[in-house]
Design a binder for this molecule. Structure first.
Ligand SMILES: *[C@@H]1O[C@H](CO)[C@@H](O)[C@H](O)[C@H]1NC(C)=O
Length: 704
């Protein structure tokens, strides 16, 4: 089995492309910081220490014993569960917090009540204007109207409806409109690319898609499958696009018009049950077509509730303000926002340009912020860079960091100490100045960066690990645990166990292995793909994540590796093709190589793209004439290259069954353009397999 999404791949999409302006701002702050330091004297340090002793704050108590954060279930397998739910010990999972709040339709209404119709969705018209807000009741009414409008356009409950837009209030109006009529949310996003988007529309047979603007509408029209009948655009559409749509039999409406249509029709709501599908969230792996992860309302509510419980004393609540800038097309952001709506907080959307994030943060002053490592790494790097110039700054900064670290280790969270005022103030002001909770997800975060953020922000910074297939979080760090380099214990909606990965020498009885998850947050399969579903979820309901983890003695998980693509040969030996490919590419003659094998065969073979320059030079030296294609068909050339590969294999310790028995030489490199590599230059194995099918079959024919 080969689940493709890793903690890395999972929310790699979440990583936002350009934070440089944000960092320039921080740079500016650091000049200020430098100025502060310049006037610093020893007396002021002494005064500060005295001040600290006077204002010493009371430490918080951890909610679970930090040396034992996740108990084991009884039984032969080492199954870790949560301490945040009493029934965990009996193999049960949290599904909801309140019996009658079990869908995202109900959670939103709960928030409307909890906030007493407080502000809900906020946005800015321009980069100089303040945030303006609509309250919960208005959001609910507009969502209901929009949903009723979609029904007037022909949508029926349980139908899948697409959205292709950046984060903005209309995204949430659309989302709640869907829930009001049991429609299913299907997000599309840029990094999928036009072909994958077309694939998704075809697979889901979607007829209605909401788009942000003309550009996105045009992109969909380019490759639109026949099923697409209606595009609803949030922003105005150009006349030429309208005409193109008409010629393709697609009707275009504006978002407002659909709301008006719905208000007139006033269709009664059709709320979903917790068993109903909430969303089909497509993830693009390294291999094949994107896969549609099916999540029910019950899944998402379970995921959101378990995370809220694990936030402990710092849990989100009415009055919280969250900044929305990570893509809503992914479950990390969806879960964060739906959590905020559940408790009656509000969400302010960024202006749509990540370069202006600091500007938005300063205006919004959020209390809660989801973040990704890439953003925090850049902040950290800039600050390191700035202090590296002066040994005084560096010394002071490190002193501040040490002192704060000690404070945090004692359970003190604050940003009014002397070090905060002297050194860290400008960092947390870059985040708006009001932050009290940050949740980091999507990719592994370096320990020193996490510790720095905890010190500089002086608020609770949690790190989680999750997958779309598990709705959101699988594990999350707990309050009071200041030690980095792990992702915490399981959240209370799931249990986690590790299983052996013998070919990579990870064994569960040594507390390492592939992370497997069972619980109320685990998805209901891939849309219209029973085969991939069966590969991902075993017969006992464990989802195999493909990530390799390690249990630390105190019951927290660390992600240490990614399960590689593997298969067994007919004699039962494991093959890890990537490992073999890495060795063969050491040969000077080899530019690219694709190692292939099947479980019905007893040996492996390969497609080799030779290095043009090296091969041409060899040809000249040995008086062999011909183009690259001719050389590729030359028996002597093939023997030369294969022998060199086998030599490298032998030197690197490959066993004889791990060595190729034949190769096919191919003149054209695998590339992103010919569809054989991913945009990050990883081999697309299924595509390579079908592309070279005749050659692979031919090689095996001669070997059998
Ligand atoms: C958890 O265990 C690790 C490894 O033994 C240790 O370094 C760390 O300090 C422990 N964490 C806490 C919060 O005690």
């Amino acid at each position: 089995m080969t689940p493709e999404k890793s903690v890395l791949a999972y929310i790699n999409h979440l990583i936002v492309s350009n934070f440089s302006y944000f960092l320039d701002e921080i740079d500016g702050y650091l000049y200020y910081f430098g100025g502060t330091l310049g006037t610093l004297t020893l007396t002021s340090v002494a005064a500060s220490i005295a001040y600290y002793l006077v204002t010493r704050p009371i430490p918080e108590k951890p909610l679970v014993p930090l040396e034992n954060q996740s108990p084991l279930l009884e039984g032969p397998e080492q199954i870790h569960v949560s301490k945040f739910y009493k029934e965990s010990k009996n193999g049960k999972f949290v599904s909801y917090i309140t019996e009658n709040v079990r869908t995202l339709y109900q959670t939103f209404r709960e928030g409307a009540y909890a906030s007493n119709n407080g502000p809900c969705l906020g946005w800015r018209e321009t980069l100089t204007s303040p945030y303006q807000w609509i309250n919960y009741d208005e959001a609910l009414l507009r969502a209901k109207n929009f949903g009723s409008g979609m029904l007037a356009l022909g949508a029926r409950p349980k139908q899948l409806i697409g959205i292709y837009s950046q984060n903005r209030p209309e995204w949430i109006l659309y989302e709640q409109a869907c829930y009001s009529f049991s429609l299913v949310v299907v997000p599309l996003y840029d990094t999928l690319g036009p072909d994958a988007c077309a694939f998704i529309i075809r697979q889901t047979e979607m007829s209605i898609i909401i788009v942000e603007d003309d550009a996105k509408a045009s992109m969909l029209l380019e490759k639109a499958p026949r099923s697409l009948k209606i595009i609803v655009s949030i922003k105005p559409i150009r006349q030429t696009t309208l005409e193109r749509a008409r010629s393709r039999g697609v009707q275009i409406f504006s978002f407002i018009d659909v709301e008006k249509l719905g208000a007139k029709g006033n269709h009664p709501e059709v709320p979903p049950t917790s068993e109903d599908l909430c969303t089909v969230c497509y993830t693009s792996g390294t291999t094949g077509n994107p896969k549609g992860v099916m999540l029910t309302h019950g899944n998402v509510v379970a995921g959101v509730c378990a995370v809220i419980l694990q936030m402990g004393d710092h849990r989100i609540r009415a009055g919280d303000v969250m900044i929305s800038f990570l893509p809503l097309a992914h479950m990390f952001e969806r879960c964060c926002e739906n959590g905020i709506y559940y408790v009656g907080g509000c969400v302010g959307f960024y202006s749509g340009d990540i370069k202006e994030l600091t500007n938005d943060l300063k205006m919004l002053k959020p209390t809660v912020m989801p973040a990704v490592p890439r953003l925090l790494n850049r902040v950290y790097d800039k600050i390191q860079n700035d202090i590296s110039a002066s040994s005084l700054k560096r010394g002071l900064f490190n002193m501040a960091l040490k002192a704060k670290e000690k404070e945090i280790a004692r359970g003190v969270l604050r940003r009014n100490g002397c070090w905060d005022k002297l050194v860290f103030k400008k960092v947390h002001q870059a985040f708006g100045g009001n932050l009290r909770l940050m949740v980091v997800g999507s990719a592994p975060l370096a320990g020193n960066v996490l510790t720095f953020m905890r010190c500089a922000l002086g608020c609770l910074v949690l790190e989680g690990y999750g997958q779309t297939e598990c709705t959101g979080a699988i594990t999350l760090t707990v309050q009071g645990d200041h030690v980095p380099n792990h992702v915490g214990p399981p959240v209370s909606c799931n249990a986690v166990k590790l299983v052996d990965v013998p070919e990579m020498e990870y064994f569960a009885n040594q507390n390492t292995g592939e992370v497997c998850v069972r619980g109320s947050n685990v998805f209901h399969g891939y849309y219209k793909d029973a085969e991939k579903t069966a590969e991902a979820i075993d017969t006992e309901g464990w989802h195999h994540t493909g990530d390799v983890g390690m249990w630390l003695p105190n019951g927290t998980l660390r992600i240490i590796d990614r399960r590689k693509h593997i298969f067994k040969l007919s004699q039962g030996e494991y093959i890890v093709p990537e490992k073999i490919e890495n060795i063969y590419t050491l040969s000077q003659y080899v530019n690219q190589v694709y190692v292939y094998g099947e479980s019905l065969k007893s040996c492996i073979i390969a497609v080799v793209v030779p290095d043009v320059d090296v091969l041409k030079q060899w040809a000249t030296e040995n008086n062999v004439r011909g183009t690259l294609s001719v050389l590729c068909n030359n028996k002597n050339v093939k023997e030369l290259i294969m022998n060199d590969m086998l030599n490298w294999g032998k030197q690197s310790g490959l066993k004889s069954f791990e060595q190729v028995k034949d190769i096919y030489m191919h003149p054209d490199p695998f590339s992103v353009q010919n569809g054989l590599l991913t945009p990050t230059f990883k081999a697309k194995r299924p595509q390579l397999k079908s592309y070279f099918k005749p050659q692979l079959e031919d090689m095996y024919k001669h070997l059998d």
